[in-house]
Design a protein around this ligand. Structure first.
Ligand SMILES: Nc1ncnc2c1ncn2[C@@H]1O[C@H](COP(=O)(O)OP(=O)(O)O)[C@@H](O)[C@H]1O
Ligand SMILES: Cc1cn([C@H]2C[C@H](O)[C@@H](COP(=O)(O)OP(=O)(O)O)O2)c(=O)[nH]c1=O
Length: 212
């Protein structure tokens, strides 16, 4: 949690860490590793994901990943799932003093719906202000790879969902918006070069987690 005078003392010690990147960048591969580092350091960790993380959110995820819909419907459902996720999972965990690791959060809406699909960023900013005016990640790990590397990893790994079937220019715009946000919010973003052996990435992640 960042600076909100409404936050309790416990909440200030707990942290929200988000993982971001285009599909196939490798972020999900590293979540269990970071969670175990945090647990070894003595934290209780809630590991969750978006869209999803709640019963309702997982139902919305199934729609979002497989059903075509109007761009604004997609953005609204992402934030509806997020509202539920914050109410049921993220805020209570931080309130207890637990750390939260989320596989994607609002930066993904800016990158995919804003960058990829070209929804006006002002609309996403309005939704962000509505849904979580006082909450921002403490740390956002952005896993960055060239598009062709991400694509070849995906092709080898799984059947594509709705987003993963998008063309190269969609992911070029998604990646560009992620990198633009990383430059806009340098205090919380760390850009990880994910086009390296997993062990090298883990060594960098260990250093980052230690510095928390
Ligand atoms: N650094 C890496 N080098 C090679 N392959 C990787 C690397 N990181 C992840 N992968 C592989 O790429 C695929 C996609 O990784 P995943 O973590 O699911 O990506 P994301 O969650 O970013 O979509 C998986 O098969 C994974 O094993
Ligand atoms: C959270 C979020 C995700 N997404 C997209 C990005 C991904 O393509 C997709 C699902 O997330 P992802 O974490 O990539 O799931 P998986 O690795 O299991 O495929 O949802 C958005 O478009 N906007 C959002 O706000």
């Amino acid at each position: 949690m960042n600076q909100s005078n409404k936050l309790s003392k416990t909440m200030k010690t707990a942290k929200l860490i988000t993982f971001e990147g285009i599909d196939g960048a490798g972020k999900s591969t590293h979540i269990p590793f970071v969670v175990s580092l945090l647990e070894t350091a003595g934290h209780t960790v809630v590991s969750t994901r978006e869209p999803g993380g709640t019963e309702l959110g997982e139902q919305l995820r199934a729609l979002l990943l497989h059903q075509s819909m109007h761009l604004e419907t997609e953005a609204l459902l992402m934030f509806a799932a997020r509202r539920e996720h914050i109410a049921q999972v993220i805020a209570p965990a931080l309130e207890r003093g637990d750390w939260v690791v989320s596989d994607r959060f609002t930066d993904a809406s800016f990158a995919y719906q804003g960058g990829g699909r070209k929804l006006a960023l002002a609309k996403l900013e309005a939704l962000e202000k509505w849904v979580h005016p006082d909450l921002q990640p403490d740390l956002t790990l952005l896993f960055d790879v060239p598009l062709e590397v991400a694509r070849s990893r995906l092709d080898a790994a799984r059947d594509p969902d709705k987003f993963e079937q998008e063309k190269a220019d969609f992911f070029a715009n998604t990646r560009a918006e992620y990198l633009r946000r990383a430059a806009e919010f340098p205090a919380r973003f760390r850009v990880i070069n994910s086009n390296r052996p997993i062990e090298e990435i883990q060594a960098e992640l260990s250093g980052i987690v230690q510095s928390l």
